[in-house]
Design a binder for this molecule. Structure first.
Ligand code: UGA
Length: 427
């Protein structure tokens, strides 16, 4: 395994659980030291326990050296592909480095499998690099995208809903079938295809999910303007099996390290291909999504009587979604930071993401409990849908806030309960 971020760690542990002998490599020494000591560098339910079991069984070890992994039969490249700072394109430098380093060392017969999310065409380029370096020996490239969700990494790795193999030979397919044998025998659907299709499956899946969220958020704006109610509307749409209820949750929209960057990368791909109408279509998914943050900020402003300046705002939620400590492109943080910039004193609370948020946004204040964050607040904003927030008692919170104003950015609270306790509730 090359790269022990979120995906690489989950996959390494998953492969060890399937009975394989796994060695995982990362250039970050501190990360490898923590993983070797069975300590997860991030929050993920259930994964820490399986990490410990895998290490103790001797089936999983860690290294910082490419030389230590060169002898493996199957290499998974799981390094990150974040958005470039100055464009919509993905930064491929870590993928390119990983393939180049492996190509120089792997003697074969072996297969190098890309799992990172990449623009279409990357696998072909990497295969050319490998072919050039490994001339004469059997070293093949395959692309095998993953679909794991943060907060569900264990389940998504050990019981995926589908497997995609982008391969160029029967031999590469056979190797991958052997790796995933027990999962395939359990009935997991398998699609065997070419490199380009395998690469596109991943970004298309994420863009489709993002489109569902932006669709319901676009309809939510029409509901807001006409007095209709988006929640029963989403429920009614969801009963149509062709549409489905999941990912029709209206609110502050999507964030994280995947959906936003993948939508933008697909948009950049369409632009590069000269498919302007397609690019415009995909671009709107992002535009609608980002507009939700402004709308939330606007409703907050209204609740405060017109301005944030001098007000105290409690933001509940920092993670981009519940059950993770990941704050990358977090809508909750974006709104909190914007309120701070408009002059509010923002105090944030999150059940697990406080440390990551604090590191990235030292300008905000942080409370160790809901009550601490809400003390003397003029406005409480619920911006990540942790169950801890759904269960809050508005009567208890009434005793600590200055004004009973609540903005429910995730449609997570029971409005009647809050209104009955004297709160002005907006969603
Ligand atoms: C996403 C995909 O769901 C995974 O299948 C994929 O493997 C992963 O990206 C990846 O590319 O690695 P993840 O980023 O963990 O997984 O998060 P999601 O569960 O997809 O949620 C994304 C965002 O959408 C969150 O901010 C969430 O709050 C928001 N969301 C989700 C909504 O606003 N409304 C909804 O109805 C659902």
């Amino acid at each position: 395994m090359v790269g022990t971020g979120y995906l690489g760690t989950a996959h390494a542990v998953g492969m060890a659980q399937l009975g394989h002998d796994v060695i995982a490599m990362d250039i970050e020494e501190e990360k490898i030291a923590r993983l070797s000591a069975c300590e997860l560098p991030f929050f993920e339910p259930g994964l820490g326990e399986l990490l410990r079991k895998s290490v103790e069984s001797g089936r999983l070890r860690f290294t910082t050296s490419y030389d230590d992994i060169a002898g493996a039969d199957v290499h998974f490249v799981c390094v990150g592909t974040p958005q470039l700072p100055d464009s919509f394109n993905a930064d491929l430098r870590w993928v390119e480095t990983a393939f180049a380093e492996l190509a120089r060392r792997v003697a074969g017969p072996a297969i190098i499998v890309g799992k990172s999310t990449v623009p279409v065409g990357t696998a072909r380029r990497m295969a050319d690099v490998v072919r050039e370096q490994a001339a004469g020996s059997l070293v093949e490239v395959a692309w095998n995208p993953e679909f794991l969700r943060e907060g569900h990494a264990v389940q998504d790795t050990l019981q995926p809903d589908r497997l995609i193999f982008g391969v160029e030979s029967r031999w590469a397919e056979k190797m991958l079938r052997a790796v995933y044998q027990s999962i395939i025998e359990d009935g997991c659907p398998l699609v065997v295809t070419d490199y380009a299709t395998a690469e596109l499956v991943k970004v298309s899946a994420n863009t489709f999910l993002a489109m569902k969220i932006s669709f319901i958020n676009a309809v939510a704006q029409i509901c807001e303007a006409t007095g209709a109610s988006v929640l029963p509307l989403a429920e009614a749409l969801g009963y149509d099996e062709r549409i489905g209820r999941r990912f029709l949750g209206p609110g502050l929209g999507f964030g994280g390290g995947c959906l936003p960057k993948d939508v933008r990368a697909l948009c950049a791909c369409a632009t590069d291909l000269g498919l302007d109408a397609v690019a415009t279509f995909i671009r709107q998914i992002d535009t609608v999504n980002l507009s939700r943050r402004d709308r939330a900020l606007g409703i907050g402003r209204e609740l405060l009587g017109g301005a944030y300046a001098g007000k105290r705002v409690c933001v509940l939620g920092a993670a981009f979604k519940p059950n993770t400590d990941d704050v990358r492109d977090s809508p909750a943080i974006a709104v909190g930071v914007a309120a701070h910039r408009e002059g509010a004193r923002v105090v944030m609370y999150d059940p697990v993401a406080l440390n990551t948020a604090r590191r990235m946004h030292p300008e905000l204040e942080y409370g160790d409990t809901i009550v601490e964050a809400a003390r003397d607040a003029d406005l409480v904003m619920v911006l990540t849908d942790w169950t801890e927030f759904d269960d809050m008692n508005p009567a208890l919170l009434s005793e600590v806030v200055r004004s009973r104003n609540v903005l429910d950015g995730r449609n997570a609270l029971a409005p009647e309960r809050w209104r009955a306790a004297g709160w002005t509730y907006r969603a």
